[in-house]
Structures are given as structure tokens and as C-alpha cells.
Write a new protein. Structure first.
Length: 257
């Protein structure tokens, strides 16, 4: 056993993953449920999908369940997405299903990567590439570099479409809107801010507002609430799954344009 062989194995394979990401079909910023679902559906069809996750582990808000109790709820309408990703669940009352949050998060991650989604953890999108009024890629850096405010320049990935799947923080749209003073596809032309909890309305709105917010830039999951002024819904995740499924269709159309 030689330590240098271990090092070579890590570096050589990481570089191969980076080379695959240089020219992605889609870059999804944020490795939560909606992004993983969209990426998984598209990768299964042969698209080159890159997911950037700023934290150590993808999965978004799934891991904590509800207040640390390790279960979440899925409504009937989204059960088909669970089945598509081989996530087991238990029926609960008339129209709900209970899912172990650890199984849910790890299952989505495993299935997405098995289908070919290229996930980079500890990687942050700090800006976007824009040409002729269209988003054409992302500017990326190491999360620890940004956390420590080190003066280290980033690298770039090009893409046919970019997705803000960063959740409540809507990091991508927020920074893009602030830096460029662009008019977004929202009623105000700007991010509208997330509202308080109203689960039934929120679950519907998160799917409705999964859309292209600027040419080449899409939003999904809880980013839609922050960008379009939607309500939050708490530990029910059907809307997240359906948002990801809808997004996959929108992105496939975008890649074909």
C-alpha cells in the first residue's frame, strides 16, 4: 500500500468529474429533494447533469424530518415519484404516506448518482455566466474558501440551463438580481420574499411557480417561495418532489431549444 496511489486515485477521478461538468446540459445549484429528482429524471434520459451542493451532504432539509423527529409526510399525488426513485413509504390516514427522512435523503442521493448525476459537495455557486441577456453557466468556488472569505478566484462551468434549487435562501436568484438589476419573470420583476406557513397553498404554489425566471435560469423547490412570494409548508415534501418532476420536463425542453 502506497499513500501516493491513494492520493492519485482521488485526484485523478475528481478531475474526470470536473471535466465532465465543464460543459453540462444543466447545472442545478442545491442538492435538495427537488434538485435531486429533476437531475435523476434527466440523467436517466442521458443528459449531462451537474449538481452543486455547498454543504458536506446533499439532501437539503430532508435529514432533520420535523423538528428532528426523523419522519416526513408525502401526499398521494407525489407517491409516484417516491416509487420512481425506489423510496419506501408507509400509508398514513386517507391520503398521506410517512417516509423515514434518513432513507428518503440517502435514497434520492443514491438513485440520482446511480443514474449518472454528477454531484459536487462543498462547492458553492458564487455568480452566474451571462451572455447577451441569457444565463449560460455558473461561477463556482470551494465552500470553505467562501466561508473564510479568502481571496481565491473561482472557476466556471457552462450549461444550457441553470437552476436555483438553494431553498429558502434563493442564493442564485438573489445575487443575480442584486448584481445585475435585471427584470425577473415575477409580478414585481424582483425576488418577492417567502411568506409564513400555509401548507396546502404552499404545496400547490411550489409546483405552479417552478419555471424559468430569467432566460436560462430556472427555480424549483423552496426557492420558488422566496422568488415568487409563496408560503412555506414545513415537513411535507410532496410539493418538492412534484416540483422536481415538473422541472425535469421544462429543462428537457430547454436543452432541446
Amino acid at each position: 500500500m502506497r499513500e501516493i496511489d491513494i492520493t492519485r486515485g482521488i485526484v485523478e477521478n475528481h478531475v474526470k468529474s470536473l471535466e465532465k461538468a465543464y460543459e453540462s446540459d444543466v447545472v442545478i445549484v442545491g442538492g435538495g429533494p427537488s434538485g435531486l429528482v429533476a437531475g435523476g429524471y434527466l440523467a436517466k434520459k442521458g443528459y449531462n447533469i451537474t449538481i452543486l451542493e455547498k454543504r458536506l451532504a446533499p439532501g437539503g432539509g430532508i435529514w432533520g424530518g420535523g423538528m428532528g423527529y426523523k419522519f416526513v409526510i408525502i401526499q398521494d399525488e407525489a407517491k409516484g415519484v417516491l416509487d420512481d426513485f425506489n423510496i419506501p413509504s408507509t400509508p398514513y390516514k386517507d391520503s398521506y404516506h410517512v417516509v423515514d427522512s434518513i432513507t428518503f435523503a440517502s435514497g434520492l442521493i443514491f438513485e440520482a448518482t446511480k443514474r449518472g448525476v454528477n454531484i459536487f459537495n462543498l462547492t458553492v455557486c458564487e455568480d452566474l455566466l451571462v451572455r447577451d441577456g441569457r444565463v449560460v453557466g455558473v461561477v463556482v468556488n470551494n465552500s470553505l474558501t467562501q466561508l473564510n472569505q479568502l481571496p481565491v478566484d473561482p472557476i466556471t462551468f457552462e450549461a444550457k440551463a441553470v437552476v436555483d434549487a438553494t431553498g429558502h435562501d434563493h442564493d442564485v436568484v438573489r445575487v443575480f438580481s442584486r448584481k445585475n438589476d435585471v427584470t425577473l419573470n415575477t409580478p414585481t420583476g424582483k425576488p418577492m420574499g417567502e411568506r409564513s406557513m400555509f401548507a396546502e397553498t404552499a404545496e400547490k404554489a411550489v409546483v405552479t411557480n417552478t419555471k424559468e425566471v430569467y432566460p436560462g435560469l430556472f427555480v424549483c423547490g423552496m426557492s420558488t417561495a422566496a422568488v415568487y412570494g409563496g408560503f412555506r409548508m414545513g415537513p411535507i415534501f410532496g410539493g418538492m418532489l412534484l416540483s422536481g418532476k415538473k422541472l425535469a420536463g421544462l429543462l428537457e425542453d430547454a436543452c432541446k431549444r
